[in-house]
Design a protein around this ligand. Structure first.
Ligand SMILES: Cc1cc2nc3c(=O)[nH]c(=O)nc-3n(C[C@H](O)[C@H](O)[C@H](O)COP(=O)(O)OP(=O)(O)OC[C@H]3O[C@@H](n4cnc5c(N)ncnc54)[C@H](O)[C@@H]3O)c2cc1C
Length: 353
């Protein structure tokens, strides 16, 4: 069996590892260059994402991811301005999302390790056709083509695979805009905030502005973890340091209302890691018949804030289904249909579920 995956994001790369471990021939095509696009510095990984990585990655890259996660995040603290000083004034049970933070560019580098013969960069998918023999032929912007038994659209919220496969499905702009950034921990130690909140994320609602902050202190330094687990890792782990990630609604000049500690965190941020997020969602479409073309992650159910976990979870389930078909235990379309039922159940549940 051969599988073509469009998109070398979190879902596509997790799937590629899993398929290769299952003995399935896989080719990933990515439109960007190997350096990729800025997607922020931090990713909150919950049990869905973590167990997908455990299932799909070879042991050494998975150990590298585990070793470099931040500490466990069990609760979200409430921060308030008390007499001009920031203080923890409680916990916010409704915001609890157990999990741990990972450094996103490091995770991407780990996911790309040992996939040189699988991932083709600078390859923009344009269209596909299902052929009479059941295989799928895909075309790229430079006119080249490839053919496989299965095509997977892991090409994110603007998915070109989805546009061809399910043309009635539309992305709806939710109107929500967030600014997310990250700041070196060393630059804000003097504010006292890192000691105050530990490994827990914290939310401050002050003067009409809500700001979320969280610290990532690497459990093991990326440099030491690389030496121990993944010497083949290309990225220079030495340049990666502990940081504070933060998020704010993108409204007009909210920062003046914030206490000095939070303003310092914003002021000292790495400019290259500050991004504005546009909220997009896809209303649950009617069930579609299984074909040798399928979708995962943001391409079919974008979910700002936890979409990465859903994409990796989809990758795991799709990999398990295709492995069953590869071993002859399920027909290919039954395997894809079963995966899509599970993906629809997981991906279109209520936000945050
Ligand atoms: C700043 C920020 C913070 C976030 N924080 C979190 C978080 O803490 N936890 C969480 O779970 N989620 C988080 N998310 C959401 C998460 O990043 C996405 O849900 C996740 O990346 C989706 O994974 P994916 O594999 O479906 O798509 P993507 O990661 O978007 O990958 C899609 C890939 O497909 C490629 N592509 C697109 N079109 C084509 C084409 N025509 N041909 C070839 N390649 C193509 C793109 O270049 C891209 O590399 C965050 C997002 C942002 C931007």
């Amino acid at each position: 069996m051969k599988v073509i995956v469009i998109g070398a994001g979190l879902g596509g790369l997790t799937l590629a590892h899993g398929l290769r471990r299952a003995g399935i021939d896989v080719a990933v095509y990515e439109q960007d260059a190997a350096s990729g696009r800025p997607q922020g510095v931090s990713l909150h990984v919950d049990e869905r994402g973590r167990s997908a990585l455990r299932a799909c990655l070879p042991p050494a890259p998975f150990a590298m991811v585990e070793a470099t996660m931040g500490g466990p995040r069990e609760q979200t603290l409430k921060l308030s301005d008390v007499d001009g000083e920031l203080a923890v004034t409680g916990v916010q049970p409704s915001l609890a999302r157990p999990g741990r933070q990972v450094h996103r560019p490091l995770l991407r580098a780990v996911l790309l390790t040992d996939l040189d013969d699988v991932v083709g960069f600078g390859a923009e998918f344009t269209r596909f056709e299902q052929r009479a023999d059941g295989t799928v032929q895909v075309w790229f912007a430079d006119g080249s083509t490839d053919t496989a038994d299965v095509l997977v659209g892991a090409d994110g919220i603007g998915s070109a695979v989805r546009r061809h496969h399910l043309p009635d499905v539309r992305v709806v702009d939710t109107g929500r805009r967030m600014i997310m950034g990250a700041t070196p921990l060393r630059a804000v130690l003097g504010t006292g905030l890192p000691g105050l909140i530990g490994d827990s994320p914290a939310s401050a609602h002050i003067g009409g502005t809500t700001m979320v902050v969280a610290v990532l202190r690497f459990t093991e330094s990326p440099l030491a973890a690389r030496r121990r687990w993944l010497p083949a890792l290309r990225r220079t782990a030495a340049e990666i340091e502990d940081y504070v990630m933060w998020a704010l609604p993108a409204t007009r000049e909210p920062t003046m209302e914030l206490p000095p500690a939070l303003r310092t965190i914003i002021g000292e941020a790495w400019p290259d890691f500050t991004v504005t997020l546009r909220g997009g969602m896809i209303p649950r479409p009617p069930v579609w018949p299984a074909r040798p073309v399928t979708l995962l992650g943001d391409a079919i159910h974008p979910a700002p804030g936890f979409g990465g976990n859903l994409a990796m979870q989809d990758a795991r389930h799709l990999c398990e289904a295709l492995a069953e078909a590869h071993r002859g235990r399920l027909g290919l379309l039954d395997a894809i249909g079963g995966y899509e039922d599970t993906m629809r159940r997981n991906g279109f549940t209520k936000v945050g579920a």
